[in-house]
Ligand binder design. Structure first.
Ligand code: NDP
Length: 239
């Protein structure tokens, strides 16, 4: 199947995506930020499936660091799939939000996309094939109180992916966005579950495997004409 780069593949949704793509036959190149132990555990899970797995530490928020970590390797061995999944929250009401909270979220979630894609895009264009999957959020589609920074970053990713789809479609690179609702991961472990579940028509949080399955389909040979789309995986939270 080729090589899939999963940026932020050490935990949660990214890890499930890496494992599912490995199950589909991709070798995996996964990146993490700080949690080396989690990255090694994800690597072991991929290798148990009989696929190769390389892990690279990179802070996607830093342009030069990301370029140094990804560009040469991508030039030598261009990924067939790139999943931009790295993301963080620093929730606060806008009236109290600090510059640091705004910057941390925007530089990781949105600048990170720029840093990663510019590091790998040229070799992908050269190959004239590939898939780029961007993990946004229902918050970026609908807006979420307490998450003006996060919603802005995730809405920005949708605009960026749609524009990129128009640029690289003629080179046979399909670009799509997956927008999860509330999924069981470390990121959502502190949320007031009872309050939130009542707002979700399916009355539960989503599972990481439910997001990964959609990404796997978007990267499969069966998926050849979905391009520039935003696919919600949100239990009906946003219709
Ligand atoms: P987790 O916090 O469980 O995992 C985040 C992943 O991103 C980890 O692999 C982490 O690496 C990596 N990461 C964090 N910061 C950086 C950085 N600066 N540079 C590179 N990698 C980084 O998050 P989730 O699995 O919950 O979320 C994954 C994505 O899905 C995010 O983009 C999130 O916004 C989005 N999402 C999540 C939802 C949810 O309900 N969970 C809902 C909608 C969207 P490390 O392990 O080293 O920290």
């Amino acid at each position: 199947m080729g090589l899939a780069l999963v940026v932020g593949g050490s935990r949660g949704i990214g890890r499930a995506i890496a494992v599912d793509l490995a199950r589909a036959g991709y070798d995996i190149w996964l990146t993490y930020h700080r949690n080396c132990e989690a990255a090694e555990a994800a690597q072991a899970e991929v290798e148990r499936l009989g696929r190769k797995c390389k892990i690279t530490a990179v802070d996607a928020a830093h342009h030069e660091e990301t370029k140094a970590a990804l560009a040469d390797a991508a030039d030598k061995n261009p990924p067939d799939v790139v999943v931009f999944n790295a993301g963080i929250t620093r929730d606060n009401l806008m009236v109290w939000m600090t510059r640091e909270e705004w910057d941390a979220v925007l530089t990781t979630n949105l600048d990170g996309f720029f840093n990663v894609i510019t590091a790998v895009l040229f070799p992908m264009l050269r190959e004239k094939r590939g898939r780029i999957i961007v993990i946004s959020s229902t918050s970026g589609q609908a807006g979420q109180p307490g998450q003006v920074n996060y919603s802005a970053s995730k809405a920005g990713l949708i605009g960026a992916a749609k524009a990129l789809a128009r640029e690289v479609g003629p080179r046979n690179i399909l670009v799509n966005v997956v927008a999860p609702g509330v999924i069981e991961t470390d990121m959502t472990s502190e949320l007031p579950r009872d309050q939130i579940v009542g707002m979700i028509p399916l009355r539960r949080f989503g599972r990481v495997e439910e997001v990964a399955a959609v990404v796997r389909f978007l990267c499969s040979d069966e998926c050849t004409y979905i391009h520039g789309q935003v696919i919600g995986v949100n239990g009906g939270l946003l219709t």
